[in-house]
Design a protein around this ligand. Structure first.
Ligand code: FAD
Length: 426
C-alpha cells in the first residue's frame, strides 16, 4: 500500500502551515503536496496553547487559530487544504524514513514516496524521567507541547480550581503557564534551578522586573533547586512535590516545562546533524539535496551571528518554512536565508519582543518601576540584541532594524541615556 507525491511535508505544525500557503502562492498542482502529521488536526499556531487556549473565559479554540493567523495571513482550515488539492494525512505517525529511496513508512503501514521532502517535525517536551524523576504519567502532571497536552491541562485546572499548582521550570512555558494558572485562580509556586526566570534570555534585572509582578499576583519562587520526587495518593495522583533542598510543596496540579528536544531520530545516520538539529545550508537544504529541514528541528546558518544555530521560535519556523519552499521551487533564484532571530511572549498584560542575540554587555533602559522597559546587548563594539516590553509597532520595528544593522556602540553610558531613542534614530 502506498502513495506518491512530488512534495511531502513531514510534521503538521507551524512550519507546515506556512510552507503549505507558500506552495499555493508559488503554484503547486492539486495532488502534488502532502502533509503528514501525528496530530489529529490541521496545522495551527502552537503559541496559542499557552496563551488564549488557557483562559478561563472565552478561550481560543480551533478553528480560530489554524495557521497562518499568527502572521495575519489567510487562516488555513481543513477545507482550504481540500480546495487546494493538498493531502492532509492526519493522526498518522511516520515510524521510519529512507532518504536515499525517498520513502516514509507510517505506523499504519503505508509507504509514502516523495521527490522533495521538508522535515518539519519540530520538537518534543523533555520528560522528567530523562532527569531521573518518575511520575510523568500521573493524571495531574501536565506538559504543554500539543493540543492533547493543552486539553489535559485545561481539564486538570478546571477540576482543581483554588488549589495548589507547582510549575517546574522557569523558561517561557513555565512563565506563561504560571500566569495562566494564576488567571485560573490557582496558588502557584515556580521551581527552577537557575538564579532567576528566563535564564537563557533575560538579564537578572529584566527577570527581577517580571518576578516582582508575578509575586504581586501571589506567585512564589523557589530557585536554585530541582524536583527530586513526587508523593502520590492511592489513585496515582500527585499530592506533593519534593525538592532536592528538602522543601515539600503540596500540589493539586504540576506543570512541567523543562525544555524540548528536536525530533531528529528518523534521520540520524542519514542526514548531517548539528546543534541537536538537522543541519541545513542557507537554502534550508540538508546534506541530501532532495531533503529540506525547517522550524525547531533545523540547525541553519544565521548570517547575523556567522554561525549555525537552532532556534525554537515561532517566527523562525514560519520564515524558514517559506524560505525552503522558495528554494525548492526556484533553486536558482532563491537567496540564502537572511534571518534576524525574533522571539516574543505575552503574559498577564505584558508583551515583549526580543531580536538578535543576548551576547556581551547588557545595557538597560526605560522605567523599571513602570510599564516600559528595554535592553540592548553590545558585543565586540556592536549592538547585537534588543529587548522591549510594552512597545508600539513602530518601536518594535525600530529595535528590529537597529539589531539588523548592528551599529557600532562606543559608549555604553551614552547608549543607556539614549535608550529607545537610539533605535528610533536609525
Ligand atoms: P511544531 O509546531 O512543533 O510541529 C511539529 C509537528 O510535527 C507536530 O504536529 C508533530 O506532531 C509532528 N511530528 C513530529 N514527528 C512526527 C512523526 N514522526 N510523524 C508524524 N508527525 C510528526 N515561540 C515564540 O516565538 N513565541 C511564543 O510565545 C511561543 N509560545 C509557545 C507556546 C507553547 C505552548 C509551545 C509548545 C511553543 C511556543 N513557541 C513560541 C514555540 C513555537 O511554537 C515553535 O517554535 C513552533 O511551533 C515550531 O514549529 P515547527 O513546525 O518546527 O514544529
Amino acid at each position: 500500500m502506498g502513495r506518491a507525491f512530488v512534495y511531502v511535508i513531514l510534521g503538521g505544525g507551524v512550519a507546515a502551515g506556512y510552507a503549505a500557503l507558500e506552495f499555493t502562492r508559488k503554484g503547486v498542482a492539486p495532488g502534488e503536496l502532502c502533509i503528514i502529521s501525528e496530530e489529529p488536526v490541521a496545522p495551527y499556531e502552537r503559541p496559542a496553547l499557552s496563551k488564549g487556549y488557557l483562559l478561563p473565559e472565552a478561550p481560543s479554540r480551533l478553528p480560530s487559530f489554524h495557521t497562518c493567523v499568527g502572521a495575519n495571513e489567510e487562516r488555513l482550515s481543513p477545507k482550504w487544504y481540500k480546495e487546494h488539492g493538498i493531502e492532509l494525512v492526519l493522526g498518522t505517525r511516520v515510524i521510519s524514513a529512507d532518504v536515499r529511496r525517498k520513502t516514509l513508512l507510517t505506523a499504519a503501514g503505508e509507504t509514502i514516496t516523495f521527490k522533495f521532502l521538508i522535515i518539519a517535525t519540530g520538537a518534543r517536551a523533555l520528560k522528567l524521567e530523562e532527569f531521573g524523576v518518575t511520575g510523568s504519567d500521573a493524571p495531574n502532571v501536565c506538559y504543554l507541547r500539543n493540543l492533547a497536552d493543552a486539553n489535559r491541562l485545561v481539564d486538570v485546572m478546571g477540576s482543581r480550581s483554588g488549589g495548589n499548582a507547582v510549575v517546574i521550570g522557569g523558561g517561557y512555558i513555565g512563565m506563561e503557564c504560571a500566569a495562566s494558572l494564576v488567571i485560573n485562580k490557582m496558588n502557584v509556586t515556580m521551581v527552577f534551578p537557575e538564579p532567576h526566570c528566563m535564564a537563557r534570555l533575560f538579564s537578572p534585572r529584566i527577570a527581577a522586573y517580571y518576578e516582582e509582578f508575578y509575586k504581586s499576583k501571589g506567585v512564589q519562587f523557589v530557585k536554585g533547586t530541582v524536583l527530586s520526587s513526587f508523593d502520590f495518593d492511592s489513585d496515582g495522583q500527585v499530592t506533593s512535590v519534593n525538592l532536592r533542598d528538602g522543601t515539600q510543596l503540596p500540589a493539586d496540579v504540576v506543570v512541567v516545562g523543562i525544555g524540548i528536544r528536536p525530533n531528529t531520530s528518523l534521520f540520524e545516520g542519514q542526514l548531517t546533524v548539528d546543534k541537536g538539529g538537522i543541519k541545513t545550508n542557507g537554502k534550508m537544504q540538508t546534506s541530501n539535496t532532495s531533503v529540506y529541514a525547517v522550524g525547531d528541528v533545523a540547525a541553519f546558518p544565521v548570517k547575523l551571528f556567522g554561525e549555525t544555530r537552532r532556534l525554537e521560535h515561532v517566527d523562525s519556523a514560519r520564515k524558514s518554512a517559506i524560505h525552503a519552499v522558495a528554494s525548492i521551487l526556484d533553486p536558482q533564484k532563491a537567496d540564502e536565508f537572511d534571518y534576524l532571530p525574533f522571539f516574543y511572549s505575552r503574559v498577564f498584560a505584558f508583551s515583549w519582543q526580543f531580536y538578535g542575540d543576548n551576547a556581551g554587555d547588557v545595557v538597560h533602559f526605560g522605567d523599571f518601576s513602570g510599564s516600559r522597559i528595554g535592553a540592548y546587548w553590545v558585543s565586540k563594539g556592536h549592538l547585537v540584541g534588543s529587548f522591549l516590553e510594552g512597545g508600539t509597532k513602530e518601536e518594535y520595528d525600530a529595535i528590529a532594524l537597529a539589531t539588523k544593522v548592528k551599529p557600532a556602540v562606543e559608549d555604553l553610558a551614552k547608549l543607556e541615556e539614549l535608550g529607545l531613542e537610539f533605535a528610533l534614530a536609525i
